[in-house]
Design a protein around this ligand. Structure first.
Ligand code: 5MY
Ligand code: ADP
Ligand code: MG
Ligand code: MG
Length: 355
């Protein structure tokens, strides 16, 4: 947080100011219009052009600006220390070199909050380690339902070994085959053991869980948790499995990104399938995972086993997902950034006022 003159943060009109303050949700830090000098938050961002378009939408940037948050593009060709100064760095770029730059920057600039630490992000970029913390959490008999991960197996190489490995691990067909690298979305569903040899390691084989064709996207932004419904793959029946014609591998690249929101069709859906997971369960899950993963910005793909009321599975975790599709993300993000800057500012001032 830094000080700057009032004229830099202003609503274009009284009307705009009123509109903004009436639509603002939650308890945000009021930077105070009355103050002569204002505190501003400078957020450096290193994002792909696709992400800039979906995330830094004009409405969001405008709202943030009016609250004293300024977004500044990071120039990757110049040293980070020569840019800014930043209060917060938001990033989602790949490459070892970039990760190293960020790690070095974190060490030399502890006053800047880097969202999030590259090593914590790497942990969820591997589909094996991604779900370890959910499994370790052991929310198998939480008060509001159980949360687990589907049985899964990692295949590093040699496709011919897959049928035996699957048998040994006791995995039931059909299986979802997912590239080990989470940034690759070329998934497939294998219905019979003969087709398993056609798969291309390295991959994770995961038991397919019937869930009525609806997936819950649980978005996390710091302490805030928001859940939406999306359409997903349909259930596979025993009859489907026994029908020979179904045999083989069904490829479904980028299915979840292409999937439509199911929230608009909720009235047409079976309530047992569409009912959102209990709020208390999501809050607990989000809190625990935030701590264990060391991340502020991620989402979970969660499904409810069809035929149960409260047996849930986490099947995917994504770092800095498509927040543009999260309702009210503009307000949630603005509050998050302000609170982050405020708590850092408080900590720093109390440290400097020590005797
Ligand atoms: O492109 P979008 O907005 O659909 O966002 C993608 C996410 O879609 P979703 O939030 O489910 O709608 C998408 O989520 P899923 O893995 O599809 O569940 C990923 O987070 C993807 O990032 P990456 O390719 O894994 O690095 C996200 O892609 P990037 O925007 O980060 O490139
Ligand atoms: N174990 C599973 N059981 C049932 N459906 C699954 C399972 N894993 C994935 N899916 C379906 O495939 C989609 C994509 O899988 P996901 O693991 O989320 O990969 P991605 O990272 O590409 O989104 C999910 O949104 C869901 O529709
Ligand atoms: Mg997904
Ligand atoms: Mg994913």
């Amino acid at each position: 947080m830094r000080l700057m003159q009032e004229e830099m943060i202003g609503y274009e009109s009284e009307e705009e100011r009123e509109m903004e303050s009436s639509s603002s949700c939650g308890s945000i830090v009021d930077l105070g219009f009355q103050e002569k000098s204002m505190k501003v938050v400078v957020v450096g961002y290193a994002l792909t052009s696709k992400k800039i378009k979906s995330f830094l939408q004009p409405k969001f940037e405008g709202l943030a600006r009016n609250k004293g948050i300024f977004f500044v593009a990071i120039d990757q060709t110049r040293p980070l220390s020569d840019q800014g100064p930043f209060d917060i760095v938001l990033h989602k770029l790949s490459g070892k070199e970039w990760q190293q730059i960020l790690e070095d920057y974190r060490l030399t600039h502890p006053e800047v909050t880097v969202l999030d630490p590259p090593s914590a992000i790497q942990h969820v970029y591997n589909r094996q380690s991604m779900l370890e913390d959910v499994a370790d959490l052991d929310l198998s008999d939480a008060a509001y339902g159980s949360v687990g991960v589907p049985k899964q197996l990692v295949i590093e190489k040699d496709p011919s070994s897959i049928p035996d490995a699957v048998k040994q691990a006791g995995l039931a067909l059909p299986l979802v085959a997912k590239p080990l690298v989470a940034k690759s979305h070329e998934l497939s569903l294998a219905y019979d053991e003969y087709s398993l040899e056609k798969l291309e390691p390295p991959l994770v084989l995961q038991e397919f869980i019937n869930h009525g064709g609806v997936v819950f996207k649980v978005y996390i932004v710091g302490d805030a948790v928001k859940v939406v419904r999306r359409f997903s793959l349909p259930d596979v029946s025993k009859r489907d499995l026994s029908r020979r014609s179904v045999g083989g591998v069904f490829r479904f690249p980028r299915v979840s990104c292409a999937a439509q929101s199911a929230d608009d069709s909720v009235a047409d859906l079976d309530p047992c399938i569409a009912e959102l997971p209990p709020r208390a369960l999501l809050e607990r899950l989000a809190r625990e995972l935030r701590r264990r993963l060391g991340l502020h910005l991620f989402n979970l793909d969660m499904i409810r086993e069809h035929g149960t009321r409260d047996r849930f599975y986490v099947i995917d975790i994504n770092y800095f997902p498509g927040y543009g599709k999260m309702p009210e993300y503009e307000h949630i993000f603005t509050d998050f950034l302000l609170n982050l800057a405020k708590s850092k500012y408080k900590k720093r001032s109390s440290a400097t006022s020590l005797p």
